[in-house]
Design a protein around this ligand. Structure first.
Ligand code: HEC
Length: 260
């Protein structure tokens, strides 16, 4: 709940008493689209091998100050991150109303190995068929690769990976390291989910029950509720969907409810 909604909930309790406060009122959120928070990269400086002296700074427009910036490299009130090692950092900027934006920043090794590219294949739904192929350059070869804190290997390819975020580390012969993360999706298509919803849900939703699930926007806006209700077996009301359909919905939602 953001601050304005929290304030509304508090004033509702104070002025009217608990019984007149509808839960959906307390859950209502600030309209972030009026002045979207937008973050941009102002400057980066490279880090020297093994010394973690890299830095980057971010600027923000829109929304309402104060902003907070948080990432794997810690938190910042001004958007300045210093004394960091080579790698990629995802920073989330949040304004006073709880509206946010995200940016990924690469900090390079000035004298060591750097990441050029990562090729991925989908993990599949409830299966571990994902692969990652890393291309790096600079520093002293051969490189050592590891994923999710596991043993290092000489091969730049990992397979048998489950969906979700994986942390990758590449190290050269001088001990210079660069880290990054990659998200593997299941690859479930929206058309699959749309088909399930047409079959199982639209007889009520859009006519006798709301919300309506008639378009990609309507379905993606409610993605987390659709996943919650089908996974819990409480929608459709007549009983659970087959497990394969529950899984397909959950995989698509966890991939980010994409129009893929
Ligand atoms: C027989 C009619 C019927 C069918 C079929 C049906 N629903 Fe519902 N749905 C309802 C009714 C009635 C409500 C409102 C009451 C409630 O929330 O239980 C509702 C509410 C919901 C809500 C909103 C409430 C919340 O939890 O956010 C979601 C989401 C939802 N249904 C998802 C689905 C999905 C997904 C399907 C198909 C897999 C589905 N429903 C199939 C009747 C139906």
């Amino acid at each position: 709940m953001n601050i304005k909604a929290a304030w509304r909930a508090t004033s509702c309790l104070l002025l009217l008493g608990i019984s007149s406060c509808a839960w959906d009122q307390m859950e209502s959120t600030f309209d972030c689209s009026i002045s979207p928070v937008q973050v941009e990269l102002l400057e980066t400086s490279e880090t020297a091998c093994g010394t973690a002296n890299g830095a980057f700074s971010l600027g923000v427009s829109g929304g309402e100050s104060p902003y907070t910036f948080s990432s794997e490299a810690g938190a910042s009130a001004e958007g300045l991150f210093e004394n960091i090692g080579a790698g990629s950092y995802t920073v989330q900027v949040t304004d006073v109303n709880g509206c946010s934006d995200e940016i990924t920043v690469e900090v390079l090794n000035s004298d060591g190995v750097n990441l050029d590219n990562i090729l991925t294949t989908d993990a599949g739904c409830q299966t571990s068929q994902g692969t990652v192929e890393i291309t790096a350059s600079g520093g002293t070869e051969p490189y050592l690769y590891s994923i999710d804190g596991g043993n290092t290997q000489n091969s730049n390819t990992f397979s048998g990976l489950a969906g979700g975020t994986h942390n990758i580390s590449i190290e050269d012969q001088e001990g210079c390291e660069i880290t990054t993360s990659v998200k593997l999706t299941s690859g479930v298509k929206f058309s699959t989910v749309e088909g399930i919803i047409k079959n199982r849900c639209t007889s009520c939703h859009g006519s006798s029950a709301s919300p309506s699930f008639g378009s990609f926007e309507e379905i993606s806006n409610k993605a987390s509720r659709i996943m919650a209700r089908t996974s819990a077996g409480t929608m459709p009301p007549s009983g659970s969907l087959p497990q394969s359909e529950i899984d397909a919905i959950a995989c698509w939602v966890n991939d980010g409810a994409l129009s893929n």
